[in-house]
Ligand binder design. Structure first.
Ligand code: NAD
Length: 293
């Protein structure tokens, strides 16, 4: 359904051939925007663009490459006559390798795509937005940029960098009419997470248990918040890093947030809840193997 605050806008979404980026591109298109779907994988970007309608465009570029970014933004602005909305979504995992075993090459490439990429594309697009009276930029952060996640050093540092860049650019570009915000998703069902699960580096049962809402997100749930931040509905929001994580980063209890090991057994028999609390009213300790001690 067209959204009057997005209808007729021109959007550029990086890394839009798959996952969250594709869900964002599709939702912006459904709400009336014309979308450039960027990706390193041109065939996949073309297929993604074609699947959401004839008005949209695929452009290949590596967001970490300044020349390719310049060419992409020139082409997008020439074909569409400007860019009103930028979503810096392109990203990669870092392999979830223990830091002592992580290579400098993977560390640097992870930062190059997330941090340099967000910097380069934002800079190129903002110059044009400023000439056209402003616009809206939404970056993809992560819970990994908000709380410490072991064995995700490169990814976490990169996403913390994206969160801080969001705040800095929001302050610097407010006078240009450009709002800059970010979403910080928790675990989302995309191929990035599927690969970590397939490689045995992520346990979906533990993610469910650690998340107050008790499940992973679907890409569309991230896309809806991005569309809100991109739209005029969020006209007084800038510099915000909005958690879209099912409560993951808010949770600080010394037990699981949901599921089998949670002390909050809403709806279960009262004696069951009672029996899971110690005499002091505190949850019983959980053994390191995940079983109750
Ligand atoms: N999936 C999650 O749980 C999750 C959680 C928090 C944040 N994020 C972030 O959301 C964004 C999208 O993640 P996803 O899970 O949809 O991943 P994905 O792997 O499904 O899609 C990422 C897309 O980015 C493209 N890409 C990679 N490097 C690129 C580059 N240098 N230039 C241009 N395109 C490039 C890929 O080809 C791919 O199409 C990333 O920034 C990721 O860090 C994901």
């Amino acid at each position: 359904m067209a959204d009057p605050t997005l209808n007729g806008k021109n959007a550029l979404v990086t890394g839009a051939a798959n996952g969250i980026g594709f869900a964002i591109a599709r939702l912006l298109a459904e709400r009336g925007a014309r979308v450039v779907l960027n990706d390193v994988d041109l065939d996949a970007a073309r297929a993604a663009a074609a699947s959401i309608g004839p008005r949209h465009l695929a452009i290949q570029a590596d967001v970490a490459n300044e020349d390719e970014v310049g060419r992409m933004v020139d082409e997008a602005a020439t074909v569409f006559g400007g860019v009103d909305i930028l979503v810096n979504n392109a990203g990669v995992g870092d392999g979830a390798v223990p830091t002592l075993a992580q290579s400098l090459a993977v560390f640097e490439r992870t930062l190059a795509i997330h941090v340099n990429g967000t910097f380069l594309v934002s800079k190129a697009v903002a110059a044009r937005m400023a000439q056209n009276g402003g616009g809206s930029i939404v970056n993809l952060g992560s819970i990994a940029g908000q709380v410490g996640v072991p064995v995700r050093t490169a990814y976490s540092v990169a996403k913390a960098g994206v969160a801080m860049m969001t705040r800095v650019l929001a302050c610097e570009w407010a006078g240009l009419g450009i709002r800059v915000n970010a979403v910080a998703p928790g675990y989302v069902r995309t191929r990035l997470v599927a690969k970590l699960i397939a490689d045995g580096r992520l346990d979906p049962a533990r993610i469910r248990a650690r998340t107050p809402l008790g499940r992973m997100a679907e890409p569309e749930e991230i896309a809806r918040v991005v569309a809100f931040l991109a739209s005029h509905e969020a006209s007084y929001v800038t510099g915000a890093v909005v958690p879209v994580d099912g409560g993951y980063a808010a949770f600080g209890g010394p037990f699981d947030a949901s599921g089998e090991f949670s002390p909050y057994d809403h709806g279960k028999a009262p004696e069951s809840s009672e029996s899971r609390l110690s005499a002091e009213g505190a949850p019983r300790p959980v053994a390191t193997d995940g079983q109750r001690a």
